[in-house]
Design a protein around this ligand. Sequence first.
Ligand SMILES: [Zn+2]
Ligand SMILES: [Zn+2]
Length: 159
Amino acid sequence: MKINLKDILGSVGGNISLEEDFPIEEIEIQSRKVLFPHPPRVKVTLTNTQDDILVQGTIRGEAELACTRCLEPFRWEIMREIIETYAKKELNLEENSVLDISQEIYQHLVLSIPMQSVCQKECQGLCPGCGKNLNSGKCDCKEEAIDPRWEKLRQYLEN
Ligand SMILES: [Zn+2]
Ligand SMILES: [Zn+2]
């Protein structure tokens, strides 16, 4: 995502706003595949401050990821605030007035995906015995007999 700053470079306090789709279809985070069914929408305002170019805005969109409990894909809503500053003296603006913020947008997208994410709060996950998705009903595995002394601990761990 490239933005030409030439209209605001002349005036401190000057700003430009724009809204664009960020062209991305999938990313891989720690070998987990994350799909974007449609490109996330980026809305930013760039302001020329004394020493920096300040970028403020939001990314909104949807990602499709696998539930960490039952592995079924589900939709995750992305809504992330962006605040970035670029030091003017590091941008070499005399030669090139175009600022590319793609790298930072990409990083924000990665950070907007939670490490642990379940398709629903009550997701039952997979049976450790047969691997059946317990959201679609009980399996035929016998429940292991539980020592009553451990029952309290089990309840505690489930909460
Ligand atoms: Zn699930
Ligand atoms: Zn089972």
